[in-house]
Design a protein around this ligand. Structure first.
Ligand code: CP
Length: 337
């Protein structure tokens, strides 16, 4: 593996889950694999979980780690070609990338969507510049349109909890209100990974394979079909929640699919949308569902205190599984060097 962006990059998800379980039972099993290898983690945006879990994963594998916060201590980087650099950006990404590549063996990139130019974001321009110009394997630590390390950790978590209680889990991705415009990376990846798990008939519960996957959101927030084709979209949140085993809450801004001019925008004043917040009444509509969210989460907006603090909430084990997903991905990359 020399690039990690999508579920298909991992191939057989059953084998990936087997590797995840192996790592979880002994996370230092491959602690010499990364000897004298260096991971460079490049952050264009803030992070808590991705930063800690990916660094921990690299340490599990015996790697050295360098962390570069582009916006704190490095030269400000220009990412577009054809510009006259007479502003505050001192260096172009096209020089910076090969320089970064010369100091490491593997690169992780966090670079969020700008949410102004849909074509630029959905082409994954920054990520592909790293792939093209670094000469090193590159993996996404949340890019403009995807967050595969999160989605893999989510799948690991569902596999762990579904096996105890469901025959064929019903998993619901629900939009929830937020005061700021957020990217679509997490819901895109979650939808893609759930669809891929179902396509591969992944055994996650009792006798039946795959996942019943439903997406619910207000009209206008339709996700890009590249990530959702085949998924059921139910605009009535209550109907979507009925019988659910897992509720995965997330806000996202307008993906610009049914409202091209609205790309990256919040379509409704959030005060009018608070009935989408996941509270105890919402959870009563479900089949005693587990609550999931990638974190960070705004309480009172996305979810109420009682729901996120309930024993059925998986937000902490889900975050802890980020170490496992990152260890599997880095292991595979190191094995292919
Ligand atoms: N879920 C996640 O990626 O968290 P951070 O933004 O804190 O890394």
């Amino acid at each position: 593996m020399n690039s990690f962006l999508n579920a298909k990059d991992l191939g057989d998800l059953k084998e990936a889950l087997r590797e995840a379980a192996e790592i979880k039972s002994d996370r230092f099993r491959y602690d010499t694999l990364g000897k004298n290898k260096t991971l460079l983690m490049v952050f264009f945006n803030n992070s808590l979980r991705t930063r800690l879990s990916t660094q921990k994963a690299a340490m599990n594998l015996g790697m050295n780690v360098i962390v570069l916060d582009v916006n704190a201590g490095a030269w400000k980087l220009e990412t577009e070609r054809g510009v006259i650099m007479d502003g505050d950006k001192s260096e172009h990404l096209l020089e910076a990338i090969p320089v970064m590549g010369s100091f490491c063996d593997v690169i992780g990139i966090r670079s969020f969507a700008g949410l102004t130019d849909r074509d630029y974001d959905y082409a994954e321009t920054v990520y592909h510049q790293f792939v093209q110009h670094s000469g090193k394997p590159v993996f996404a630590m949340e890019t403009a349109t995807v967050h595969p390390l999160q989605a893999f950790a989510d799948l690991i978590t569902i596999s762990e909890y579904a096996s105890k209680r469901c025959k064929r889990p019903k998993v619901v991705l629900t939009w929830a209100p937020h005061p700021r415009a957020l990217p679509q990376a997490v819901p895109n990846s979650f939808a893609q990974w759930m669809q891929e798990a179902d396509r591969q008939a992944l055994p996650l519960g009792g006798s039946k394979a795959g996942i019943d996957f439903v997406i619910t959101h207000p009209e206008g927030y339709e996700l890009d079909p590249d990530f959702t084709t085949g998924a059921t979209v139910e605009y009535d949140q209550r109907k979507a929640f009925e019988g659910a085993d897992f509720i995965y809450a997330k806000n996202w801004s307008c993906p610009g699919v049914t409202h091209p001019a609205g790309y990256g925008k919040i379509l409704h004043d959030y005060h009018q949308m608070m009935h989408w917040t996941v509270d105890a009444e919402h959870m009563e509509w479900t089949n005693h569902a587990h609550f999931m969210h990638c974190l960070p989460v705004r309480r009172g907006m996305i979810v109420t205190d009682d729901v996120i603090e309930a024993p059925s909430s998986l937000v902490i084990p889900e975050a802890a599984n980020r170490e496992i997903s990152a260890t599997v991905i880095l292991k595979r990359i190191l094995q292919s060097l």
